[in-house]
Design a binder for this molecule. Sequence first.
Ligand SMILES: NC(=O)c1ccc[n+]([C@@H]2O[C@H](COP(=O)([O-])OP(=O)(O)OC[C@H]3O[C@@H](n4cnc5c(N)ncnc54)[C@H](OP(=O)(O)O)[C@@H]3O)[C@@H](O)[C@H]2O)c1
Length: 325
Amino acid sequence: MKTLTLPRGGSIPSVGLGFWKIDRDRTADVTVEAVKWGYRHLDCAADYGNEGEVGEGIERVLKNGLCNRDSLWVTSKLWNTYHRPSHVGRACRRTLQDLRVDYLDLYLIHFPISLAYVPFEVRYPAGWFYDPDAKPPRMVHDPVPIAETWDAMERLVDEGLVRHIGISNFGVSLIRDLLSYCRIRPSVLQVESHPYLVQSKLLRYCQSEQIAYTAFSPFGAPSYIPLGMATAQDSVMNDAVVLGIAKSVDRTPAQVVLRWGVQRGTAVIPKSSSREHLQENLQLFDFELSEDHMAAINALNRHQRFNDPGVFCEQAFDCFYPIYE
Ligand SMILES: NC(=O)c1ccc[n+]([C@@H]2O[C@H](COP(=O)([O-])OP(=O)(O)OC[C@H]3O[C@@H](n4cnc5c(N)ncnc54)[C@H](OP(=O)(O)O)[C@@H]3O)[C@@H](O)[C@H]2O)c1
């Protein structure tokens, strides 16, 4: 498995398994199966609602000696309702307990969006609405400075609960600001990235600051089609250019898209709960794309973002909440 080296030491495997929308009743088995196939990077989040089941899978993996804890990279994410410094440690400990590990390799601020605290006893995971039973239900913003949340994230590293900390869904301006005051630099930025949202300036900036870049939703549309946020026509795996390259290198369109991601220096975290796709998505290191192929895929960029709070918060949660503009 190829890895990206991190300035604080250690390295993150270039391919991971994303757990968003993996059904809870399949999650533990998928975790074990993925490790059997060679996955060593698990991308989790409190918000995905299946960390308890990932934890069950991790426990089985370690008990059965499929790999040891040191060779597994486990990421989780601080949800939006826990940005207050007094909630950060509790949120992380809850995730550690659910995942059945005593440290995380990486803990990310999930979004630069801070929402009013919802106690675990009231609802976990908290989701976007403050009270889903209210009429009408609303998202409730709680303006916590990122500097305060980051300080609490740094303390998790000091306490040994977390090896690396990072950010997700941040743009260059917010990262610059964070770098101006942080004591511990972010090791990783996780953002949406695929051939229709290439983000080459963001990637270049991260590389210049030695921040590893992880591409989420590496296939773009497919994960958003069932949510009504994309259509089959938006799928890069049906793009004629990708299909043509796949034919010429004798690989699947999915492998071409993921190979483009790792070859340009990002980590990719495709989600799959199908055995066939899990295997397929790991087989990326026995072929290369030519410079012409890479350029042709880069040229597909349409700046098309599927996971945009500026759109979905209004459509699904009745709250206009842009963060990228
Ligand atoms: N930080 C954030 O805010 C954020 C946001 C979104 C996602 N993420 C992370 O990124 C991970 C991946 O993103 P994602 O889940 O949105 O989408 P994705 O990985 O781009 O796409 C997943 C979809 O593609 C299908 N698929 C997987 N492998 C395939 C293959 N080889 N051929 C054809 N179809 C294939 C999956 O179906 P099958 O299951 O049937 O294979 C599923 O429908 C998430 O699981 C999560 O961990 C993070």
